[in-house]
Design a binder for this molecule. Structure first.
Ligand SMILES: *Cc1c(COP(=O)(O)O)cnc(C)c1O
Length: 358
């Protein structure tokens, strides 16, 4: 008999990752930047980089992430999405040939003050209405002049970002698109679209599209799953039933006793909690066991959660419970929790065992 184990695991399907990149290369005919920040959205950086050979570039948020990608991928373009914060990071970027985003004047000053003899490519970030990172587009020409005067600057490209690419008809997206049309006319290479923009056909074949969440098979669009776009979920999260019991009508389950049994019922305790990355929320999600969707009941604990087993009377300790994956889209789980799907894979902690399969 197999030895018992807690068995909380994330299976990472590498063939699905490669498939999703192929799918985006069909949806977007220009160059694709694969975004592997935050440990490839919680899927594992090394696994992701090693299965994205078809990519045209990688993008990350931090210097540590960039250096980790460089160690795995000696030749691909790597873009630091927030750019550099100091002279040390700038010299590392030049040494390791990282592209840097430039979104603040201090970053231009760093380029001017650099004593480096080699050069790097920069992406001038323009804020077309999201009001996060980027310069006011009215200053574009002047900024380009300044960048051209900085010795370490080799090639300049332009970048902007949508606030609501999941909603192409909203006024903010329309306004940003108007700015983008102007930006495209300046004669530089550019990068505007994220996953939502590509899925909503906002990208064009000239641009360097930035694909993050979609790469992992997850759709950012409301009411549409990755599978609606031919994408496959890269992560499947599962855990095991570590206890089952029958409770009496009126009994309460979990911290705060928020769930009360309406009748005598069978419940199961699953070995996963918010310390594994299954979030605590005020809202009720579902899990899949023996092919049946059943509700989570009561509060999610740090290490465990309870489920209603009334519909699955044959469920036994040791049975596997799917938290998300095939048959239970992560987009649905996130919607049930009133969360965006991004937060779910990013929240998986190192306590979960990763199994990488083809
Ligand atoms: C994270 C990020 C992306 C990727 O967005 P997705 O919605 O995951 O495709 C693209 N661009 C920038 C600037 C980002 O920070």
């Amino acid at each position: 008999m197999a030895q018992r184990e807690r068995g909380t695991e994330a299976v990472i399907h590498t063939a699905r990752l490669s498939h999703n990149l192929k799918q985006f290369k069909q949806l977007h005919q220009g160059p694709v930047i694969t975004v592997v920040k935050a440990d490839a959205y919680g899927h594992g950086l090394a696994v992701a980089v090693n299965h994205l050979h078809e990519t045209d570039a990688f993008a990350v948020a931090t210097m540590d992430e960039a250096l980790a990608v460089r160690a795995l991928s000696p030749d691909k373009r790597i873009i630091l999405l927030e750019g550099v914060f100091n002279q040390h990071e700038l010299s590392l970027s030049i040494q390791h040939q990282l592209d840097v985003v430039v979104h603040q004047h201090y970053q231009i000053a760093l380029l001017n003050q650099s004593s480096a003899t080699e050069q790097l490519d920069v992406w001038l970030k323009l804020d077309t209405g999201m009001n996060r990172l980027g310069f006011d587009p009215v200053d574009t020409e002047q900024l380009i002049t300044q960048l051209n005067a900085a010795k370490p600057v080799r090639q300049i490209r332009l970048m902007s970002h949508f606030a609501s690419s999941d909603d192409p008809s909203c006024p903010q997206t329309q306004t940003q698109q108007t700015s983008n049309e102007w930006l495209k006319s300046l004669g530089y290479e550019y990068s505007l679209s994220n996953t939502g923009a590509i899925l909503n056909n906002l990208s064009d074949r000239q641009e360097w599209a930035r694909v993050g969440i979609g790469l992992y098979g997850i759709s950012p669009l409301p009411n549409q799953s990755g599978s609606d776009f031919g994408l496959q979920p890269v992560m499947e999260l599962s855990a095991k039933l570590i206890a089952t019991k029958t409770i009496a009508a009126g009994a309460r389950v979990g911290y705060g006793g928020t769930y009360e049994a309406a009748s005598d019922m069978k419940i199961g305790i699953v070995g996963i909690g918010y310390a594994d990355g299954y979030p605590w929320t005020q809202h009720q999600s579902q899990v899949l066991i023996h092919g049946t969707l059943v509700p989570v009941i009561g509060r999610v604990s740090m290490d465990m959660l309870a489920i209603n087993l009334q519909e699955v009377p044959t469920a036994r300790t040791g049975d596997r419970v799917l938290l998300w994956g095939n048959g239970l889209p992560i987009e649905q789980v996130a919607a049930d929790m009133r969360l965006i799907p991004y937060t779910l894979p990013c929240g998986i902690t190192k306590r979960v065992n990763f199994h990488v399969i083809q």
